[in-house]
Ligand binder design. Structure first.
Ligand code: ADP
Length: 420
């Protein structure tokens, strides 16, 4: 069906986060990995394009986002959402502001809002200042981020050098008075020529009021949470028909494989918990892989009963990761593991696996690339921020869940398999 809302996300996990929150409403959401190279076909009411432009040079980010906008316009969307991190990850050059301004120019719109608040995850904005839990952004661990160190907590000051037009604020005192008050304040700012408006939000009710007041803006920008109320708002006023396509849960063969390349503390706990269930499991050692390749893993996999959902993991404790990195170098150690897990994914698919659980952000990138997956239809959430998705690979429909780092409970792997 024609797309209602077209979303552009500046990284992959940000896109899955947004797609998952939109899909909580039960509406059909489709996530594209990169800008599709074919014209829109078979589109969902909510489309999310995942880009990789958070820290790209400004000109490249702007040109990617404009190309994504054109594709979404061709899909029929007339409202758009620019999604960035809830910690406003950016530098004085960009890319949040320059992309927003370019999209506004293309859409001919004079004003947009900036609302990275995500109260459920402890991100709140008060008087234009962003908090991470109880800490101002600039006192949070984000101050030491390797690529986008956030050394100021004030969103107006952060945004100002990134844009050419005036920046303003709708503060919490207004937001607390509801959607009409917010709309009036935005109109007043518009008359003063304020194009870029930071909007305070400390609770979900604030986001509901903001989404209600801005739902017809051609462009909204923010974290994922402020977009979450939109499907229900579109449904209430008929923009989203009652019989619009719903999220699907296809029935797929049981054959499954679990591939884990994340070394986060939570993934280590998840691997241990899954091993404790007695399920078949193979540990990959990067040093072994460097010396002997990954044929042994493929041989092990080919002897497994995929109905028992075997686990192949490189997940290891920090000491062991460090040892591998010291010998191979950080990048090479990562690549070797990603190549092995990607090869296992293809082999499992060719042997009939139709359910894939993947742990690790980079690992997910390697696996989706190997499987040639470019579109994910979002399904039911397994854990906050981690939905099942459905996609095509090698002519087969499969279920795929991509879990980054610390997401999910210790029982995530069994939770995922049981949720299908
Ligand atoms: P996360 O989402 O937890 O950050 P990622 O998949 O993004 O997980 O990153 C983990 C990186 O560590 C990947 O590049 C992976 O290949 C690499 N890796 C996995 N296991 C090991 C290991 N035992 N030693 C060294 N590197 C590893």
């Amino acid at each position: 069906m024609t797309t209602l809302l077209g979303c552009i996300a500046d990284d992959f996990t940000g896109a899955t986060d947004l797609a998952g929150l939109l899909a909580r409403s039960g509406v059909q959401v489709s996530l594209r990995i990169g800008i599709p190279d074919t014209p829109p076909r078979d589109t969902a009411p909510f489309e999310v394009i995942a880009l990789k432009c958070r820290t790209a040079p400004v000109a490249a980010a702007v040109s990617d986002c404009r190309a994504a906008l054109s594709w979404l316009q061709a899909a029929g969307a007339s409202r758009f959402f620019w999604k960035y991190c809830s910690t406003f990850d950016s530098t004085p050059e960009g890319n949040i502001g320059p992309v927003a301004e370019a999209l506004m120019d293309d859409l001919g719109c004079a004003q947009t809002i900036y609302c990275p608040a995500f109260p459920e995850n402890g991100r709140a904005i008060f008087m234009g200042n962003l908090f991470v839990g109880r800490q101002p952004l600039a006192e949070s661990p984000m101050k030491d981020h390797p690529l986008t160190p956030m050394r100021d907590s004030n969103l107006m000051r952060l945004l100002d050098p990134q844009v050419t037009r005036p920046v303003g604020l709708v503060d919490r005192l207004t937001v607390a008075r509801g959607a009409v008050a917010i709309r009036d304040a935005l109109a007043r700012l518009g008359q003063e020529g304020v194009a870029h408006v930071v909007v305070d939000a400390v609770a979900d009710e604030d986001l509901d009021a903001i989404a209600e007041s801005c739902r017809d803006m051609p462009l909204m920008t923010g974290g994922s949470a402020v977009a979450m109320p939109l499907p229900a708002l579109y449904r209430a006023d008929g923009a989203l028909a009652a019989d619009a396509p719903r999220m699907e849960t296809p029935v797929l063969p049981r054959a499954a494989v679990i591939l884990s390349g994340s070394c986060s503390a939570m993934t280590n706990a998840q691997v241990a918990a899954y091993r404790d269930t007695g399920a078949p499991a193979l540990r990959l050692d990067p040093l072994e892989l460097a010396d002997h390749g990954h044929q042994q893993a493929l041989d092990w996999l080919s002897a497994q009963d995929l109905d028992k959902a075997p686990l192949i993991y490189a997940t290891a404790e920090p000491d062991s990761v460090r040892a591998a990195q010291d010998r191979l170098g950080r990048a090479r150690a990562g690549e070797i593991v990603e190549e092995a897990l990607a090869a296992c994914a293809m082999a499992a698919r060719d042997r009939g696996a139709r359910r894939f659980v993947v742990a690790g952000g980079e690992t997910s990138g390697a696996v989706t690339q190997a499987l040639g997956v470019d579109r994910l239809d979002i399904g039911r959430e397994i854990a906050p921020g981690v939905p099942w998705t459905f996609c095509e690979t090698g002519g087969h429909r499969i279920a795929l869940t991509l879990k980054s780092g610390n997401f999910g409970a210790p029982t995530f792997f069994t939770d995922a398999l049981e949720a299908l």
